[in-house]
Design a protein around this ligand. Structure first.
Ligand code: C2O
Ligand code: CU
Length: 533
């Protein structure tokens, strides 16, 4: 139902200028957003039995002109070739995926956010060597939500994820299905995933990556593997499930109409639905994090254009006196662009935004005559309990820092220098508070714990914090109120998370704790911990 050929496809799309849309947004947004469908990249797969995937490299038409070689998870589903499929599974269902590694190097499939035993977690502790196979079998214990899967080999995660090895996993349960019924928004139409990833792209449309940078910031951004896409929308409510699949860039998404932020509602985080919706105008979305939002286009006039922009922010405390960004002296930014530079991700056109739309008799024209009233947002979303009262829980402190040589550490531990043996042991069935302190003044760290979903219980914010207007009572923001598997710890900040190690798995397991800035991870900002009976 998408309009194609909005404009004539150019031979070379212009490169978006960071933070600037003054050139006229429609000159940039030429390609229709890829929607999950039956085949190709992001095909929908409603799993009923085992799925066989291969990790391999093929050319895809991502940018105008030459095809882009993408490393991806390929398979066949209902007679169609699929790549990095959107996997749909139900809570309680057994997810069975086999991997046949056709790459020239080891890889894995890590099931990011799933509560899972070590053997099926797909971390680099269990690499699948070139030419080898492995079967993952997971009884899905998570709440409904948007999770994802990606490659996770030691020291090559950044390269492989940047090259394309990432896909989405949507878990559903009864609460989710009840909400879908109330909202009445059809998946693939008004309920859409937005997989956002910035990439370094060369003039031959190849993705370029160099190991050893402190953070790999792209010069292009892909949404659903589409550069600078547009989506035609009806003037109504949409559910968008944002996933930050960037290697290192912390995004700050906002929906702008004529440079004014539209209010939207946050309804879910990494580990599923919040108890109630939160009105917001922008949020911070760190690498690996997801945000489930409701956006209401119903009060916009036909023809309106809404830009999904990652707003400017100052990611570091080491700004100069003018308040402008000063590059991290240890940093190695391949793009002449800091992490916090504004970036236009995609554009929404409310029905009728193109010259050729009015007469096309399509969905846009029908929707334009629809209701102008604001859509109803449900007052309650799920039965998610409030975060636990952690008084009396043991507190395990973690210090995040970098040494003078530029190596990254968690509690003085570097994965490559100090080895892969568990750095500590947690007793299964116990509950702990982990206190994450970012001892650096120059870099936010998105910290990810494997094998669990956790609750954020406290944030002690540094005085220079740029996010103060975002922060709710007690130092916590709306995104902290759900279940999470990745938490952003800003420079100078201390964040406490509560983890319940009552896992539905037996025996001794080894999991990973690491920074999800993939360059930090690959350079050793990672450790293994054991969960024992
Ligand atoms: Cu999404 Cu250990 O990774
Ligand atoms: Cu980090």
């Amino acid at each position: 139902a998408l309009r194609r050929g909005h404009h004539h496809a150019p031979n070379s799309a212009p490169t978006p200028a960071p933070g600037a849309s003054t050139a006229g947004p429609d000159a940039l947004f030429q390609q229709p957003l890829r929607i999950p469908g039956r085949e190709g990249l992001m095909a929908d797969v409603h799993l009923r039995g085992p799925l066989a995937l291969q990790s391999r490299v093929d050319g895809f038409n991502v940018f105008p002109g030459q095809p882009t070689p993408l490393w991806h998870y390929a398979g066949q589903w209902e007679g169609h070739a699929i790549a990095n499929p959107v996997l749909h599974v139900a809570h309680g269902q057994t997810l069975q995926v086999s991997l046949d590694n056709r790459l020239q190097e080891a890889t894995t499939v890590h099931w990011h956010g799933l509560v899972v035993d070590e053997a099926n977690d797909g971390s680099g502790l269990h690499p699948v060597e070139a030419g080898m196979q492995r079967a993952y079998r997971i009884r899905v214990a998570n709440r409904a939500g948007l999770y994802w899967y990606h490659a996770h080999p030691h020291q090559r995660t950044g390269l492989q994820v940047h090259a394309g090895l990432a896909g989405l996993l949507l878990v559903e349960d009864d609460e989710e299905l009840a909400l879908r019924k109330r909202l009445g928004l059809q998946w693939g139409d008004r309920d859409l995933p937005l997989l956002i990833a910035d990439k370094q792209v060369d003039t031959a449309n190849r993705l370029v990556y160099r190991s050893g940078a402190d953070d790999w910031i792209g010069n292009r951004v892909l949404v659903n593997w589409t550069p600078e896409p547009f989506l035609e929308v009806v003037p109504g409510l949409y559910r968008l499930r944002l996933a930050n699949v960037c290697n290192a860039r912390v995004l700050r998404p906002a929906f702008l109409h004529e440079e004014q932020a539209l209010e939207f509602h946050l309804i879910g985080t990494d580990g599923g639905l919040l108890a109630q919706p939160w009105p917001m105008e922008d949020l911070f979305l760190a690498p690996a994090q997801r945000a489930d939002v409701l956006v209401d286009f119903s009060r916009l006039p036909p023809g309106a254009r809404v830009v999904l922009r990652s707003l400017d922010y100052v990611p570091m405390e080491n700004e100069d006196e003018s308040g402008a960004f000063a590059p991290d002296p240890m940093g190695d930014h391949p793009a002449a662009e800091p992490m916090g530079a504004g970036l236009d991700l995609m554009q929404f056109c409310v029905a009728g935004c193109g010259d050729d739309v009015r007469g096309n008799g399509g969905r846009g024209a029908a929707g334009a005559s629809g209701s102008r009233r604001a859509a109803a947002i449900p007052a309650s979303l799920s039965s998610l309990p409030a975060p636990p009262d952690t008084r009396g829980w043991p507190v395990r402190p973690f210090r995040l820092h970098m040494d003078s040589q530029g190596a990254w550490f968690i509690n003085g531990h570097n994965f490559h220098r100090d080895g892969h043996a568990p750095a500590f042991t947690v007793k299964r069935g116990t509950r702990e508070v982990w206190e994450l302190r970012n001892a650096m003044t120059s870099m936010p760290h998105p910290i990810h714990v494997h094998g669990v979903q956790f609750r954020v219980v406290e944030r002690r914010i540094s005085p220079q914090d740029v996010r103060s207007r975002q922060v709710a009572e007690g130092g916590l923001g709306p995104q902290d109120l759900g279940c999470n598997d990745t938490v952003l710890v800003w420079p100078g900040e201390t964040v406490r998370i509560a983890i319940d190690f009552d896992q539905p798995f037996d025996g001794n397991q080894q999991y990973m704790l690491h920074c999800h800035n993939l360059e930090h991870e690959d350079m050793g900002m990672m450790l293994t911990f054991a969960v024992t009976d």
